[in-house]
Design a protein around this ligand. Sequence first.
Ligand SMILES: NC(=O)c1ccc[n+]([C@@H]2O[C@H](COP(=O)([O-])OP(=O)(O)OC[C@H]3O[C@@H](n4cnc5c(N)ncnc54)[C@H](O)[C@@H]3O)[C@@H](O)[C@H]2O)c1
Length: 324
Amino acid sequence: MPKEREPGEPSAEPQVSPTAQVKLLYRAVHFGGERVSNGGSGRRDMGGRGPLGVGLVGCGAIGTALAHAIDEGRAGSARLVCVYDLKPEKSGKLVEGLRRRPRVVGTFQELIECDEVGLIVEAASQEAVRQYALRALRAGKDLMIMSEGALVDGGLAGEIRALLRGSDRRVYLPSGAIAGLDGLKAAAINRVDEVVLRTRKPPEGLRGAPYVEENRIDLDAARGPQLIYKGSASEACRLFPENVNVAAALSLAGIGPERTRVEVWVDPTTRRNVHEVHVRGEFGTLTVHAENVPSTLNPRTSALAVLSAIATLKKITERFQVGT
Ligand SMILES: NC(=O)c1ccc[n+]([C@@H]2O[C@H](COP(=O)([O-])OP(=O)(O)OC[C@H]3O[C@@H](n4cnc5c(N)ncnc54)[C@H](O)[C@@H]3O)[C@@H](O)[C@H]2O)c1
């Protein structure tokens, strides 16, 4: 088992000579920041020694699609090493359909103890992010987070950033079911005055959300598009933990979770999960409208969010990087 590092403790990776360091720095800069690492065998290095070893947490809609994409070679140079789900039947079912079967583990601890895993992909829940994110990074793993809402309610994002400052680990937050993060990131180099996310979903896309339950909102009573919530991104991610994760990525890419505004609409006239992003700032204005087909496995999750996880994994393992 690799020794766990504390935040701030320097990398235990092998030392390289000053000349080699200069060469490696040059290559890292010119290849879009892909990391040079001689870490565990699960990590892909600049020499392209082997595929990136992936450990998956959560075997639902996103996890299953990602596992199949890796298995079929559609997710870049990656290999699925271990899978974990709170419900063992979910992980058992997932591996059954794969040509190259990963190990099914019964605890998260077993997953982080697997030396072949270089990247852990969380596709489970906000609670899973709270439980596992720091442990994964301290165990020397990179991390992709899908349940991004966990990062804007409370201090977890700050703790992760502090831990990253003392290490060479990386954290990836896919764009999910929205487009426009590239434009927002560029715009935010200068002043941005306003960011609004307007989410419109059919009743089944919002059912069971804490805000809907607590306020006893009858989603089936709406006859047309109806605004049911308006507030900050941090509050929206808490009240709709499985519905507006995109608000978290949007706020972290732009002006933060308190200033990013979110509207949630229920719309019985649509079958799609619609996300509209509006940005206004020194650069001008930006409006992006995405109409997402829901995933067949989970109506709260959009097909584009699933594809975004796959595309992020592909991007991590590729040297030629397109887009901001
Ligand atoms: N970033 C985005 O744009 C975006 C888009 C859609 C969904 N999501 C989020 O991604 C996550 C996965 O989505 P999904 O559609 O695959 O969900 P899903 O409900 O289909 O699957 C989640 C799986 O994770 C497992 N799980 C839950 N908590 C766990 C834990 N603590 N440890 C291990 N396993 C656990 C569940 O048993 C289930 O099998 C959800 O939190 C969802 O809200 C994010």
